[in-house]
Design a protein around this ligand. Structure first.
Ligand code: SF4
Length: 356
């Protein structure tokens, strides 16, 4: 027996997990009833939404997207603004832009039908190795190996992989592939994700309820909660910016669209300065303002975390002459909800409305 092998053969592991899934599967809005296969559009939509987001958050968004765009062709024809607006609150807006591009590409290049092969799925915008494998497995019942955070945790414990993540990923992928069955691979993919989400949880795995307890090396060694190990992430750098709360005589506020490419691309925002490594002096920040006025600094600041850096924003407020030529649109505060605003801008708005 090798150091990673278990007392159970792969076929037994798969059979035990599938039997457990048949009784314990989660009832999720995007799931097909037992014995039926999910439509590729639903699998794709749910998997894109679930990237970096919890199941509980995604549920209402998934249902709203399906209500507005019941078929892929409906979504492909939607204006980007509408999609970004419906996406508000899910974060990582590049996913929404790629989602629309992907829908359009499937309509144009694949006659509106998702390709089945992982290699072809991988060529579509916004579809990485995990999502391609999830679609291939769940929508087309191909024996593709999925490896999300849940699966990494389960496999690391089952086989007691002590190499820290992310270095352990290739090994975990190979170990996961060895168990993936040829029969019912779509159900198996959902079963192992469910096991990680509901039983083999990060802090307190409920091993007594686990169909793999008798084969699990980390459980036998009493170290399950310590796995998987992770290489500590370096501290995210801190950047600084200034937001300009420009108020017109009639109380309307200046909003601006961010460039299509880049972070928060295409979203509306309260205009901000460049974001940089050193804090802004108010005098220097004023030179970046969208209009000349007597900008005054509001007390406090807005903090926001992006994946790769943290951001601190000070807010300058001023009354601005609405007749001046200014890049942006004027919007009454009661109509902010009609715009696709980033979470950062919503924080800035709250901060400004409370007077800092
Ligand atoms: Fe996870 Fe415990 Fe099951 Fe092992 S026995 S896979 S640690 S829940």
């Amino acid at each position: 027996m090798t150091s990673r092998s278990s007392p159970w053969p792969a076929a037994l592991l798969a059979a035990k997990l599938l039997a457990w899934y048949d009784c314990e599967r989660r009832d999720l809005p995007w799931r097909a009833p037992p014995g039926e296969r999910m439509a590729p559009y639903r699998v794709w939509l749910s998997e894109i939404m679930l990237q970096q987001t919890t199941v509980a958050t995604v549920g209402p968004y998934f249902e709203e997207f399906l209500r507005r765009w019941p078929a892929l062709s409906d979504l492909a024809a939607a204006p980007l603004d509408d999609v970004l607006h419906a996406w508000q609150g899910l974060g990582y807006y590049a996913r929404a832009r790629n989602m629309l591009r992907c829908a359009q590409e499937v309509m144009e290049k694949h006659n509106g039908v998702f390709p089945q092969a992982e290699s072809a799925l991988l060529r579509l915008p916004g579809i990485g190795p995990y999502t391609a494998a999830a679609i291939a497995a769940i929508a087309f019942d191909h024996p593709a190996t999925i490896l999300d955070g849940n699966v990494e945790r389960v496999i690391a414990r089952l086989r007691m992989v002590e190499t820290p993540l992310p270095a352990a990923k290739p090994e975990l992928h190979q170990l996961a592939a060895e168990i993936t069955p040829a029969k019912r691979p779509g159900d198996y993919a959902q079963a192992i994700m469910d096991l990680g989400a509901t039983v083999c949880t990060p802090k307190k795995p409920a091993c007594v309820r686990c169909p793999w307890q008798g084969a699990c090396r980390a459980h036998a060694a009493g170290v399950a909660p310590t796995l998987p190990r992770r290489t500590p992430k370096p501290e995210r750098p801190l950047r600084h910016g200034v937001a300009f709360w420009a108020v017109r005589g009639d109380g309307q506020i200046l909003l601006r669209r961010r460039p299509e490419k880049g972070l928060l691309g295409g979203l509306m925002e309260v205009p901000t300065s460049e974001w940089r490594d050193i804090p802004w002096q108010t005098s220097a920040a004023r030179r970046q303002a969208p209009a000349k006025s007597s900008w005054r600094k509001l007390p406090g600041m807005v903090s926001h975390g992006f994946t790769h850096f943290r951001l601190e924003i000070t807010v300058l407020a001023a009354k601005v002459d609405g007749r001046a030529a200014i890049d942006g649109v004027w919007c009454p505060p009661e109509r902010f909800a009609e715009h696709a605003l980033s979470t950062l801008s919503k924080k800035i708005i709250r901060h400004a409305q409370l007077g800092g």
